[in-house]
Design a protein around this ligand. Sequence first.
Ligand code: COA
Length: 178
Amino acid sequence: MDIAFRRLRPSSDPEPLIRFLTGESWPFHSVSEVDRETARQWIADGRFDNEENRSFWIDDDDTVGLVRLMDLTDDTPLFDLRIRAEHRGRGIGVRAVTWLTRYLFEELPDIRRVEGTTRQDNRPMRRVFLRCGYAKEAHYREAWPAMDGTVHDTVGYAILRRDWLSGTVTVPEWDDEK
Ligand SMILES: CC(C)(COP(=O)(O)OP(=O)(O)OC[C@H]1O[C@@H](n2cnc3c(N)ncnc32)[C@H](O)[C@@H]1OP(=O)(O)O)[C@@H](O)C(=O)NCCC(=O)NCCS
């Protein structure tokens, strides 16, 4: 499977992005049902394309997903990833995180790390982090109130530039309170 990443400029043509966001539910995002008004507002706010944020369509035969890179002027960028439901479980998530990690380290020569967070029960995303060389660094208990009233833990992963370069994974020193 050959997938491609295409920079998204939603201010000139917002409709494809509005359709993508509103076309299905996103249960592992804090807003799981995005309505058109919310999508429009996010686009107008520059959430997908401004100095801090850049976004890319993931193209296979069709547009299958969206990568959003955030905090691009900070020391540690973050990312968000959405694959359309019918295209999940085909390895696109692993390819996308591999691609965006390289993109960030190459585009931003001063950053040392890339971070991502997800809900504790998002098993596919947690596998993607591990498959792509990210280490679990954070566990925030009851930090994720979902729209259905349930509360979940949030988990945080990151990759270091030096690990990315060497193909190793340095885990945090957890047992440091002896
Ligand atoms: C999370 C997401 C990006 C993963 O992308 P994907 O293309 O489905 O993932 P992949 O096909 O690359 O699979 C990655 C791993 O997850 C595993 N996986 C896939 N679906 C799974 C499931 N339902 N339960 C457990 N593991 C699962 C795969 O087996 C693979 O692990 P392996 O390498 O051990 O076999 C995608 O499912 C998605 O967009 N989900 C909705 C939005 C979301 O949760 N985004 C993350 C926000 S941080």
